[in-house]
Design a binder for this molecule. Structure first.
Ligand SMILES: [Zn+2]
Length: 196
């Protein structure tokens, strides 16, 4: 974006429910709009989760709302001089991270690049429903060649886990989440399976 528009681009953090949470300053730190939100971070399931109270929404109260993002408040002062406290976001949500039986964590970026160079893929989603199984749902009119499918399976066994099974399904569509997001990678632990 900076290349295309020839200007500095700043990151702003907000959501549909709570639009103004934090904004990046010229030193690259995210400052929390403490005049509009009360932001907390709580350790839940070994992950720092953001808990937000909106101070401006008088129509629908959001009080200690778990927004679904991970992140935490940062100590100290920023060189920009802003009195607003700093925060940092987690890389991604914990249920976007594929975890193997051996305890390895694989971030979504790995799976997003796995399909690089393959043609005719309109939508895709990787879902880990069991510790040793990932399902790749693809919307692709012509589908993948058998060489492409065996190459994907071999790469997953090599990079993720030697026992990881990759099941590839062609589907008509991939539904968005209730908030309208398309999730590329979902780790969906089931209670019955022994999750690492
Ligand atoms: Zn700053």
């Amino acid at each position: 974006m900076e290349q295309a528009f020839q200007c500095k681009v700043f990151n702003q953090y907000g959501s549909r429910e709570i639009p103004n949470i934090a904004c990046e300053c010229r030193h690259g730190n995210q400052h929390v709009f403490t005049d509009m939100v009360y932001l907390e971070s709580l350790k839940i399931d070994n992950e720092d989760r953001l808990i937000i109270t909106s101070l401006t929404n008088r129509v629908m109260p959001f009080i200690r709302y778990e927004i679904g993002d991970s992140g935490r408040l940062k100590e100290g002062n920023c060189a920009c001089g802003s009195p607003f406290p700093m925060m940092e976001m987690g890389l991604c949500r914990s249920n976007d991270i594929i975890k193997t039986r051996s305890g390895k964590s694989i971030y979504p970026s790995y799976f997003i690049h796995l399909l690089d160079g393959l043609a005719d893929i309109q939508q895709y989603q990787f879902i880990q429903s069991e510790p040793d199984k990932i399902t790749l749902n693809l919307v692709s009119p012509s589908g993948l060649s058998s060489e492409a499918m065996s190459s994907l399976r071999a790469r997953v066994r090599r990079d993720v886990d030697e026992n990881m099974v990759l099941e590839i399904n062609r589907v008509d569509e991939i539904k968005r989440t209730i908030s309208g997001k398309h999730r590329f990678v979902i780790s969906q632990p089931t209670r019955s399976s022994a999750w690492p």
